[in-house]
Design a binder for this molecule. Structure first.
Ligand code: XMP
Length: 314
């Protein structure tokens, strides 16, 4: 189907489905951004866009999301909840417990915003693979009970899912046509950098990971633009819970370890590690240890396919 027709279809469903205040959680990711822009086109100021700053986003990401929406003339409420997220993560090292703590905190923060605006509807950017992978269900656009998007059944809102029948490539086309800047960004996990900081998630360790991630993203992008390496599907850094001995001047120091991960994949279900040329890896390693001098003294490259590994480390 033509992209223009898909857009018309989604706008029609949104106009039919929403007759009162609606709310959407925008992460800056492609699905929620497309859903928000379409819903804003369909119902204008009935829609409240909320961006929860978890303190776990990539370098400059919160600013980018704010300016992306303001450039499109859409008002977005930014909730600075970083301290709530770091508080809820205190002392947790188990990956599943971390994810649960983040999910619950997100819901509580979002609930507060919902009560402030008195929303009746929740717009979500659920796309077809999300609910197919979650066990299917009715192909309704408006459902009051489900939790595929991470917001639980008992939140008391009617769910509106304008992209429910669409696939990722269709959503990307819609984003391109609507001029949504996030359309070409690489995937980023919902729980953010928390799943790339192995061990305890503290503001300092998240910042270390954030800086290393930014270096990996920037240097691989530059290398692929220069034709030195193929563009991976996803590429980032994670901070390991391993300290090792290194030298700083004449002194032996105990420092942190960064792992660089880059994979090729079609859909994230399976993946192969990318063959990044050693001179690019070498430049990345030097840049990370120079920028994070005194904190990180070892950089390793992950050569594991999925399966048996996963793309993220947690
Ligand atoms: P794994 O690590 O399972 O990741 O091989 C496959 C893809 O999914 C992303 N990912 C997530 N995306 N919420 C998301 O929206 C999550 O909790 C989450 N965990 C992993 C990961 O970045 C990769 O692209």
């Amino acid at each position: 189907m033509k992209t223009e027709t898909l857009i018309e279809e989604a706008l029609h469903l949104l106009r039919e489905g929403i007759d009162d205040t609606a709310i959407i959680a925008c992460s800056g990711g492609i699905d929620s951004s497309v859903a928000a822009v379409l819903a804003h086109k369909a119902v204008g100021n009935l829609l409240h866009c909320v961006y929860v700053d978890t303190g776990l986003m990539r370098l400059g990401e919160s600013e980018e999301v704010k300016s992306m929406f303001s450039d499109m003339g859409i008002e977005i409420t930014v909730v600075d909840a970083a301290s709530r997220f770091f508080d809820c993560l205190e002392g947790i090292t188990d990956p599943e417990t971390k994810r649960k703590a983040i999910g619950e905190t997100f819901i509580r923060v979002f609930e507060q915003e919902q009560l402030k605006v008195g929303a009746k509807y929740l717009v979500q950017g659920t796309i077809a693979p999300d609910w197919i992978e979650s066990g299917g269900g009715e192909r309704d656009v408006i459902k009051s009970h489900h939790n595929v998007g991470g917001i639980p059944d008992d939140i008391g809102l009617e769910i509106v899912e304008p992209l429910r029948d669409f696939y990722k490539d269709e959503v990307r086309e819609i984003a391109r046509l609507l001029g949504i800047k996030s359309s070409e960004r690489q995937p980023f996990p919902g729980p953010g950098l928390a799943v790339r900081v192995l061990g305890e998630v503290t503001p300092k360790r998240v910042q270390t990971c954030r800086v290393a991630c930014d270096i990996v993203e920037r240097m691989i992008r530059e290398a692929s633009e220069a034709g030195t390496c193929d563009m991976p599907w996803q590429y980032f850094a994670a901070l390991l819970p391993v300290r090792s001995v290194g030298v700083h001047g004449d002194v032996r120091v105990h420092g942190e370890t960064i792992v660089v991960r880059a994979v090729s994949s079609m859909d994230g279900m399976s993946a192969r590690y990318s063959d990044i040329p050693s001179e690019v890896l070498s430049r990345i390693s030097t840049e990370i240890t120079n920028t994070l001098k005194g904190q990180v003294n070892r950089v390793v490259y992950d050569i594991t396919h999925k399966p048996p590994g996963t793309i993220e480390w947690e």
